[in-house]
Design a protein around this ligand. Structure first.
Ligand code: ATP
Length: 211
């Protein structure tokens, strides 16, 4: 899965998710939109709009799906609870992969019950274009203990490893997309066309009243 606010979903998410799925050899990768972010401000756009945009974004991509479990909880969207739910539904101890950008990973040890989260899934960390992040001493220690370098190394356990994966860098962020929309600039090729159409139809990200 790839968790996020998807406010809105953009090409960086879609390309990262499809490329990661192929590299991991999984048959399906779910985008998991959070309802109430635990580590960010509340999204500018309602959960229902974010979910609809995701549905449009994955409609033509058979390997991608949506897991809307966090939309169904009215409490902060802690990834550990979502992983627990998912693990409970799985009939085997097959590996579970949680894909996240380096920016999100750099904060990982501040996540709710992160030890439990890591026991439930492998973390697949992807670099974001143009970023250079410094890890805290705690994160460096964690990498030292848990990092593996090959996908094959993760297949022996349900979770617990950290795999850094080099994917094609995607130079786009939702923050930049929102800024462009607010400024009336084009976002063509940064988002799927259907998502752009949806944003225009609903007047999203142009002024707060519309959202
Ligand atoms: P914002 O700019 O509002 O912070 P975002 O573009 O980072 O949003 P999120 O929904 O927060 O989007 O991202 C969900 C996940 O996808 C996070 O783990 C994030 O690091 C990752 N991600 C987002 N954009 C990219 C990208 N261009 N390349 C790789 N990973 C990305």
């Amino acid at each position: 899965m790839l968790g996020g606010t998807f406010d809105p979903v953009h090409i960086g998410h879609i390309r990262t998710a499809t490329e990661a799925a192929l590299r991991l050899g999984v048959s399906r990768l779910d985008l998991m939109p959070c309802h109430i972010p635990a580590h960010k401000e509340l999204p500018g756009c309602a959960s229902t709009h974010r979910l609809e945009m995701l549905q449009l974004a994955v409609a033509n991509e058979p390997i991608l799906g949506i897991d809307d479990r966090e939309m169904l909880r009215n409490t902060p969207s802690y990834s550990v609870e979502s992983c627990e739910g998912l693990r409970g539904e799985m009939k085997s101890l097959a590996p579970l992969y949680f894909v996240l950008g380096n920016d999100a990973f750099a904060q990982f040890t501040s996540w709710c019950r992160w030890h439990d989260m890591l026991a439930l899934a492998h973390l697949v960390v992807v670099a974001r274009a143009g970023e250079s992040l410094e890890y805290s001493a705690e994160m460096l220690q964690l990498l030292q203990e848990r990092e593996v370098t090959r996908v094959a190394d993760t297949s022996v356990s349900p979770g617990g490893s950290i795999l850094r994966m080099e994917l094609t860098p995607q130079h786009v962020s939702a923050t930049e997309v929102r800024r462009k929309l607010q400024a009336g600039e084009s976002v063509r090729y940064l988002l799927p066309d259907d998502v752009i159409e949806y944003i225009n139809e609903h007047g999203l990200y142009r002024n707060s009243a519309a959202q």
